[in-house]
Design a protein around this ligand. Structure first.
Ligand code: GLU
Length: 412
């Protein structure tokens, strides 16, 4: 394990937070250990009849504040170390936003673009059946993450329900609306990133009208963030996908229409940039909304944005973070910036429990009120304790989990 492993980074952040909060060694022991780790071998019968084995995981990092909650990632780099670190981040994220959840994450080490729809369905159903004993609406509630979407959630919900003998919509969130999904869930992470961006601009005294933004990523998070920011009056000057970045498009929707029709960002009249050039653009706000390790020791020195809003989970390495801090960049950390997704997942779970569904307006209003409360708390602790927003967010999240541990006590 190298020093840059996501788990080492997450553990180092936790250690620092425990020290800042003045918590004990016992707290470090209880908070630095995932409570349940499941590794499964997932066999897949390919369309041509070949059988392949894939590594799958589900990590329930904490269940102290409620059932564990978190996404399922399909990506070739998925491994146990990364899944534990992401489950740990989910724990602090749910506590920071005060959702009645612990934290979890799951995934399969697979490149979903190599799977046909039928292969993806078989893999998802088999993975679900392997982790079936430990998930459920009162235990652990999966959701989409990188490489999965509402189709995967529909198959997971169906596999779980067929085994239960009745429909259990609340076993996953991020489902299609007709299966008990929530209005506003698809755009929720992006809507939350946009709210966090607006508030960071306010704190930095930058007018939102005409403020410029570059977004790394144009997927589930990046696209909806771009749409929301444009509607707030910001100018989205560049976005990227895995193949590189693009600038000079007339509007986000024009680029999106081209992307849907052609599966590339080569809209006529636009200019291509490398991903690194996007990170170094002269903009007010930079939003890494793709994968980990975007802002590192080597890319951070060239960042010119005044604000970085982490749409992705863990896009900034500790060295990159230190460089941004030295430059005076305001970094809105992942557990705050991208929490809109899990906040609306919580609404979906509540609606499924009650069999009573909310309007899009109610979802948006409640998302804004929960997220704004968390933003204000982070701002307040950051000012009073003179710490970064990341340290402040972690102090609030970790502090709440520690307090719940203390109150519940240790059994036996
Ligand atoms: N995968 C998303 C995240 O990292 C959403 C998790 C959820 O909705 O449970 O926050």
């Amino acid at each position: 394990m190298t020093m840059e492993s996501p788990l080492n980074t997450a553990l180092a952040q936790l250690r620092g937070t425990i020290d800042k909060l003045g918590l004990s060694e016992n707290d470090w022991q209880t908070l630095s250990t995932p409570r349940r780790v499941m590794q499964v071998a997932v066999p897949l019968r390919r369309d041509n009849g070949d059988v392949e084995m894939y590594d799958g995981y589900r990590v329930q990092y904490s269940t102290t504040r409620g059932p564990s909650k978190g996404g399922v990632r399909y990506h070739p780099d998925v491994d146990l170390d990364e899944t534990i670190s992401l489950a740990m981040l989910m724990t602090w994220k749910c506590a920071l936003t005060n959702l009645p959840y612990g934290g979890a994450k799951g995934g399969i080490a697979v490149d979903p673009s190599t799977l046909s729809a039928t292969e993806n369905e078989r893999l998802t159903r088999r993975y679900t059946s392997e982790i079936l004993p430990i998930i459920g609406p009162e235990r652990d509630i999966p959701a989409p993450d990188v490489g999965t979407d509402e189709r995967n959630m529909a198959w997971m919900m169906d596999t779980y329900s067929v085994n239960a003998g009745f429909s259990v919509p609340g076993v996953v969130t991020g489902k299609p609306i007709v299966l008990g999904g929530s209005l506003g869930r698809t755009s929720a992470t992006g809507d939350g990133v946009a709210i966090a961006t607006r508030e960071a601009l306010r704190v930095r005294g930058i007018d939102i009208n005409g403020a410029t933004v570059a977004i790394q990523g144009f997927g589930k998070v990046g696209y909806w963030t771009a749409i929301a920011l444009e509607s707030m009056g910001m100018k989205v000057v560049a976005v990227s996908d895995v193949h590189g970045a693009v600038t000079g498009f007339p509007s986000v929707s024009a680029l999106w229409d081209h992307f849907l029709a052609n599966r590339n960002l080569d809209l006529p009249g636009t200019d291509r940039l490398t991903n690194e050039e996007l990170l170094h653009l002269e903009v007010d706000v930079l939003i890494p909304a793709a994968l980990a390790d975007a802002i590192t020791e080597s890319t951070a020195p060239g960042v010119k944005a005044k604000i970085v809003v982490e749409g992705a989970n863990g896009p900034t390495t500790p060295q990159g973070d230190q460089i941004l801090q030295d430059k005076g960049v305001l970094v809105v950390p992942d557990i705050l910036a991208n929490s809109g997704g899990v906040i609306v997942s919580y609404f979906e779970w509540v609606q499924d429990k009650q069999n009573y569904f909310w309007s899009a307006g109610e979802v948006k209003e409640n998302l804004s009120s929960i997220l704004m409360k968390a933003i204000r708390e982070v701002e307040e602790v950051s000012t009073s304790k003179k710490v970064t927003w990341r340290d402040s967010a972690l102090m609030i999240g970790v502090g709440r989990v520690a307090e719940a541990h203390h109150l519940r006590g240790l059994y036996p």
